[in-house]
Design a binder for this molecule. Structure first.
Ligand code: NDP
Length: 464
């Protein structure tokens, strides 16, 4: 039987009983989910924290919560046909993974990227269950997307694709059922096209999506919320250790929605951001990205949909490094904000060698399991995505509240609530993750805190 390496560092030594439970649990999972390495990786990371916890709390073991919480409620898979600008018929595949709605309607983004498959969406949906629970808001976990690649497509092509996708998806979503949002490849343009078609098909204006434009039910700060939240979480981790973010050097990966606003918040707090990247390479600006340079990046990425290499053409202080990731650049704080598994064990070794103190995951699972273990073992503050990037879905939850109230809160109000939620998430991680020496194991803290709320409700419902 194929047994993947045993958990070690994030949980410390497992007892013989926990090891046996973990092996049996993971082997069953691997057999039931062939060809889904990202999903298996995400479950393994969570199981490393939860298996010892579940064994210490027999009510969860008896209710088989781990086995149930790793099986999605349902997966909708469908064909999306649309016509390109040359009149050719294009066929894409799309999914909605409705993972768990124990504590509220399903909630999670839609991803449009050629790499999207069912396994990746299951990993993202699974993570979302824990993340949404951590926010303290009544939201279940889901994720969706398509292997459609918006890059290089005209606006009209993107529109036809989004309308066609929603023609099927609309029957599976709704404000009390499932509320999709954006993710990689799905920004305000795609949300507008999808929401417009939803509204038309339902003949009703309902808050069935978040990330909407401000003039049709969107929330202030939603666009900035994931990146801002990621930096606020890093600041919380540092402050808990008696350190400050101001004056620190940060590397940021990606140059999309999360990265841009993580950089913006870090700069606002007084840190120096020295890198940005995209899937082609990264730019290194030793002088730091300032507010003015960031405006250039916003225009480049949000409006012109250009490549980050142009940053180095525009600003002579910067150099562009083709096909390289930014993790070799010395920094105090690393903010991986692009995609899953973008920071591996070798990258972690480089960061550690250069003295990194804190890693806050803006993206979902950007660090491989080995890299995460390396950070935790080295005593680096390591904020896992399900805690550190929960600000985005938190403000999506606030958007739902505003829609239900038919009100729009001010920017200050939403920022205040976002900061409060990130502080609460940090406090929950501290509550469940503090070791005997007073240091905090944020992975364990986030996994257990996210789990307990959902698991207790699942148990209360009986055998479902
Ligand atoms: P965007 O599409 O806005 O930006 C993604 C960025 O990552 C781009 O710079 C993109 O470069 C880069 N990227 C994508 N794939 C790769 C790859 N394989 N290798 C290197 N770089 C890559 O997405 P978001 O900013 O919205 O999302 C980024 C991450 O944050 C994802 O993991 C997402 O799940 C997570 N997240 C997002 C939230 C949100 O509110 N948007 C909420 C919580 C988590 P290129 O342009 O070349 O493709």
């Amino acid at each position: 039987m194929d047994v993947l390496p045993r958990p070690t560092s994030t949980t410390g030594k497992l007892t013989a009983r926990a090891t046996k439970y973990m092996d049996e649990f993971m082997n069953g999972l691997i057999q039931r989910n062939p060809g889904e390495p990202e999903f298996i990786q995400a479950v393994r990371e969570v199981a490393e924290s939860l298996v010892p916890y579940v064994l210490e709390h027999p009510k969860y073991e008896e209710a088989e919560i781990l086995q149930r919480i790793t099986e999605p409620d349902r997966i909708v898979s469908f064909r999306v046909c649309w016509e390109d600008d040359q009149g050719r018929i294009q066929v894409n595949r799309a999914w909605r993974v409705q993972f768990n709605n124990s504590i509220g309607p399903y909630k999670g983004g839609m991803r449009f990227h050629p790499s999207v498959n069912q396994g990746i969406l299951k990993f993202l949906g699974f993570e979302q269950v824990f993340k949404n629970s951590l926010t303290g808001l009544p939201m279940g976990g889901a994720k969706g997307g398509s292997n459609f690649d918006p890059k290089g497509r005209s606006d009209r092509e993107v529109m036809r694709f989004c309308h066609s996708l929603m023609t099927e998806l609309h029957r599976h979503i709704g404000p009390d059922t499932d509320v999709p949002a954006g993710d990689i490849g799905v920004g305000s343009r795609e949300i507008s096209y999808m929401f417009g078609q939803y509204k038309r098909l339902e003949n009703a204006f309902k808050g069935a999506m978040t990330g909407k434009g401000l003039s049709y039910g969107g929330s202030l700060v939603r666009k900035e919320s994931t990146g801002y939240g990621c930096v606020l979480f890093a600041r919380n981790m540092l402050q808990h250790k008696g350190e400050d973010l101001a004056g620190k050097t940060c590397t940021v990966s990606g140059s999309g929605n999360v990265s841009i606003y993580a950089a913006e918040k870090a700069i606002e707090i007084g840190a120096k951001v020295v890198t940005l990247s995209d899937s082609s390479g990264f730019v290194h600006d030793p002088d730091g990205v300032d507010a003015e340079k960031l405006e250039f990046v916003k225009d480049l990425k949000e409006i012109r949909r250009g490549r980050i290499a142009e940053y180095a053409e525009r600003f002579p202080s910067a150099t562009y490094h083709d096909k390289v990731r930014p993790w070799g650049v010395p920094c105090d704080i690393a903010l991986p904000c692009a995609t899953q598994n973008e920071l591996n064990a070798e990258d972690a070794r480089n960061l550690l060698k250069n003295g990194v103190q804190c890693v806050s995951e803006g993206a979902n699972m950007p660090a491989t399991l080995d890299a995460a273990h390396a950070f935790v073992e080295a005593g680096v503050l390591f904020g896992p995505g399900k805690a550190a990037n929960a600000g985005g879905v938190a403000v999506s939850g606030l958007e739902q509240s505003q829609n239900a109230l038919r009100l729009s809160w001010s920017r200050e109000e939403v920022l205040r609530r976002l900061e409060g939620i990130m502080n609460n998430i940090h406090a929950k991680c501290v509550e469940h993750g503090t070791r005997e020496d007073g240091s905090v194991h944020y992975v364990r803290g986030a996994n257990i805190a996210g789990f307990v709320k959902v698991a207790d409700v699942m148990a209360a419902y009986g055998i479902l």
